[in-house]
Design a protein around this ligand. Structure first.
Ligand SMILES: [Fe+2]
Length: 460
């Protein structure tokens, strides 16, 4: 043994104690031994001597081994104890082991002592190691628990067949169910609105079978349900883990009500600002009052009919309101001239596309607004202006704006002519379909007027 072993020996016989010392000296065990005879000395030695191993005689004049064992188990439970006794019956031996002793050795068979010590120390080390590992696991679980409890988002774990196994404090606050009420329940019955439950169940079923799913690793926005039946917008990050061979879904849910409200406020402010800017342009050209609003209405309806995303439609709406903003550079007498424009005036008028582009190009819209404005007078065959772009070189948003712009202009009164009517407008775009105007856009527009009863709204 490399390290000196500290042995506390409860023994009233100096001779027997010496025999033990001699026996140990014949081994490779390096040790220091302290002999005590009384209860008080035994307790003092445990505290002061701090033994690595305790040897106990079974019977002493003023004390006994079993009582000493009980004290040792209480004061130093990790220190191995071996009984070394002259006479010990089978019942007594069992009693010592039940009391927590590692082994017992008879005094007339002291040759067994060294192997018994080695085994006791090894077992004791194994127990300590196991305890350390258990403490490490407990420590790690405790840390996780503290993190989960202090998180600002709801954290929910779900295991097959769809049972909630973790529900943190924030989840209770967010959804209104206590931990006891949530653990063991099926997630969809607690926090998924009725209309989405079937889809949620199917998704979870696939997940527990495969560990995959369309939402894994993503952060979608969802509609969540509170205990009181109210719903709120939430953002959920779902990750997949395998625990003991079973797939577990970990969901981190964030209430985004405030964020959504702020975005709506910002969007409303942006829309009002854009409409105000658009109105400034219209004020210089009263004969086309409402044109931008009408174009926005029709362009958005066409985009919707074509199945464009909500974001794209929003971009088209903004582009429509601002598409003629560049007319600010055109003299107002040209804008409101109650007759056809001459070549010079038309040249002036054509500058509005580029001027509009220059006005908005530095605004970081999340949509291609400046391109749509620049290109709204381009034509599919390259006959438009300002750049004579052809086909798909013209942005889809601009191709939609073009058709909406032409139809709106033809169906409304102009200073130099009365309204030409919807029929003539449909004829114009159908005639130019695939040549001047995007075929899909024309189809969507014609469908809106002929099948869906589209009408320009009344402009106040
Ligand atoms: Fe224009």
């Amino acid at each position: 043994m490399e390290q000196e072993l500290r042995i506390l020996h409860l023994e009233d016989s100096a001779v027997d104690a010496e025999l033990v010392v001699r026996e140990l000296r014949n081994t490779k065990i390096t040790f220091t031994i302290k002999r005590v005879e009384t209860r008080d000395d035994f307790i003092k030695a445990i505290d002061g001597f701090k033994p690595d191993l305790i040897l106990l005689d079974y019977k002493l004049p003023s004390f006994d081994g079993l009582s000493a064992l009980a004290i040792a188990r209480e004061k130093c439970p990790d220190v191995p104890v071996i009984f070394v006794s002259g006479v010990i019956g089978e019942d007594s031996a069992i009693e010592t082991l039940k009391g927590g002793a590692t082994d017992y050795v008879l005094k007339d068979k002291l040759a067994r002592l060294a192997p018994a010590i080695v085994r006791a120390l090894r077992e004791s080390e194994e127990i300590r190691e196991r305890k350390r590992a258990e403490e490490a696991v407990w420590d790690s679980e405790e840390r996780l628990r503290i993190v989960a409890e202090s998180a600002g988002d709801a954290i929910i774990c779900i295991e097959a067949p769809e049972v909630i196994t973790l529900w943190n404090k924030k989840a209770s606050e967010m959804f209104g169910y206590t931990v006891d009420e949530a653990i063991g329940k099926a997630m969809h019955t607690l926090i998924v609105p009725e209309r989405y439950r079937e889809k949620a169940c199917l998704g979870l079923k696939t997940f527990f079978q495969t560990g995959g799913g369309t939402l894994i690793g993503k952060t979608p926005e969802i509609c969540a349900l509170r205990r009181d039946g109210s719903e709120f917008p939430a953002e959920i990050t779902i990750s997949a883990m395998q625990i003991k061979g079973k797939w577990t879904a970990v969901g981190i849910v964030r209430d985004i009500t405030e964020r959504k409200t702020n975005i709506q406020k910002l969007r409303k402010t942006l829309n009002m600002t854009i409409e105000a800017i658009s109105l400034m342009g219209e004020m210089r050209d009263p004969y086309t009052a409402g044109h931008e609003k009408h174009v926005a209405q029709l362009a958005c309806a066409i985009a919707k009919e074509m199945g464009l995303s909500e974001g794209q439609i929003e971009g088209i709406r903004v582009s429509a309101f601002l598409h003629d903003i560049g007319k600010i550079v055109v003299p107002s007498e040209t804008l409101s001239k109650p007759a056809k424009l001459n070549e010079y005036e038309m040249g002036m008028m054509k500058t509005h596309a580029l001027a509009g582009f220059d006005i908005v190009k530095s605004i970081a819209f999340p949509w291609p607004v400046s391109q749509a404005i620049l290109q709204h007078h381009e034509r599919l065959n390259g006959s438009g202006y300002p750049n004579g772009l052809k086909g798909e070189a013209i942005a889809l948003e601009a191709r939609i704006l073009t058709v909406a712009d032409v139809v709106e202009a033809m169906t409304n009164h102009r200073p130099y002519r009365p309204s030409l009517g919807v029929g003539m407008a449909m004829e114009e775009i159908t005639h130019g379909k695939g040549v001047l105007y995007d075929a899909q856009v024309v189809d969507a527009c014609v469908k809106l007027f002929t099948e869906e009863g589209f009408q320009f709204g009344v402009v106040v």
